[in-house]
Design a protein around this ligand. Structure first.
Ligand code: FAD
Length: 291
């Protein structure tokens, strides 16, 4: 089954924002959506394209076969883009201050859909926690889309790697001594994302190191998602980022310092950054010192 050059799958079509763009680019579109209200909206919005058979809307929730033929879909009342079949995702959305209603919908078998409509040139997947069901489905086919766009939990790199590995994406760890090593690669597209390492590989002396100090704290409550930057009122350095699994406190920049070693003077900087954060959150901003 080869990919059809004029076909796009819009999986998780929401209000048709992407579908509209694809149709205007003269592609045929198969749009997948589970939320009955959004489906009704798109049927009205794209009545002409549906009548012309340029757009087909597949109604229901993509889920694995084991989930049964009727699926509970959590339609989000405040953020319609957060509709999901995942109970844990609905719970996450609740902790972020939104409410969902449970709607029972038909299950859509994605492998059957590929067999019915064909393998698209471009496959967009954005279905809140069920994205990998589509990737798993692809593995049962011989043909592959030319391009895939998928939403991943980029905030959690380990989970992203695990998802990609499960979907058959190989990871090879390699060290590149110089750009001559690139010539030995079989791949015909190379993204050079070696960061500061590019200085040595590309012999680029215009690249200047900027070294900083970070203190990583344990996140004690799921609701810690604040962000603070700009230092204390007197301009002393410190920022706080709440990330998915931890809290990062930092703010120093040492231009031209490329050392990876942690020295005693670095330890003193870590202490100062931390005590600045404590002083600020205690309301003692005058106690902050220059890190
Ligand atoms: C302390 C600090 C705080 C920062 N805070 C922020 C922030 O708050 N917000 C923000 O947006 N940015 C921040 N940055 C900048 C941000 O981290 C970088 O811009 C970003 O990580 C660059 O991503 P990258 O993928 O290009 O490179 P990197 O994340 O540097 O990844 C490069 C990778 O290439 C590998 N590599 C290097 N040489 C070779 C080689 N020869 N062969 C094979 N592999 C190699 C390295 O091991 C590394 O894994 C901060 C940086 C620092 C140091």
């Amino acid at each position: 089954m080869t990919c059809q050059p004029d076909l796009i799958f819009d999986i998780g079509s929401h209000k048709g924002e992407d579908t509209d763009f694809y149709l205007k680019k003269a592609f045929k579109v198969v749009a997948f959506e589970a939320n009955p209200k959004l489906i009704a909206h798109c049927k009205t919005r794209f009545a002409d394209a549906i009548a012309d058979r340029r757009l087909r809307i597949v109604e229901g929730a993509i889920a694995p076969e084991a989930a049964g033929e009727r699926i509970v879909f959590y339609a989000n009342l405040q953020a319609s883009v957060w509709g999901t079949i995942g109970a844990s995702w609905a719970e996450r959305n609740r902790t972020l201050g939104t409410q969902s209603v449970r709607v029972e919908v038909e299950r859509v078998d994605i492998v059957e859909a590929f067999r019915t409509y064909g393998v698209p040139f471009y496959l967009k997947i954005d279905i809140e926690g069920a994205d990998c069901v589509v990737l798993e489905g692809l593995r049962q086919l011989e043909g592959r889309p030319r391009y895939i766009s998928i939403e991943a939990e980029k905030v959690d790199f380990a989970r992203l790697v695990a998802e990609l590995r499960r979907s058959g994406v190989p990871f090879r760890v390699r060290h590149f001594e110089s750009k001559i090593d690139f010539a030995g690669l079989r791949e015909n597209v190379i993204v050079n994302c070696t960061g500061y390492g590019a200085k040595a590989i590309m012999n680029d002396n215009n690249l200047i190191a900027r070294r900083g100090h970070l203190v990583v704290l344990k996140k004690t409550l799921h609701k810690q998602f604040y962000f603070f930057s700009g230092g204390c009122w007197n301009g002393r350095i410190m920022y706080v980022f709440c990330r998915q699994n931890d809290i990062v406190v930092g703010g120093t920049v040492q231009r031209g310092n490329e050392s990876e070693a942690v020295t005693e003077s670095d330890r003193a900087v870590f202490e100062r950054i931390l005590s600045n954060a404590q002083a600020m959150f205690d309301g003692r901003v005058v106690d902050c010192v220059t890190a």
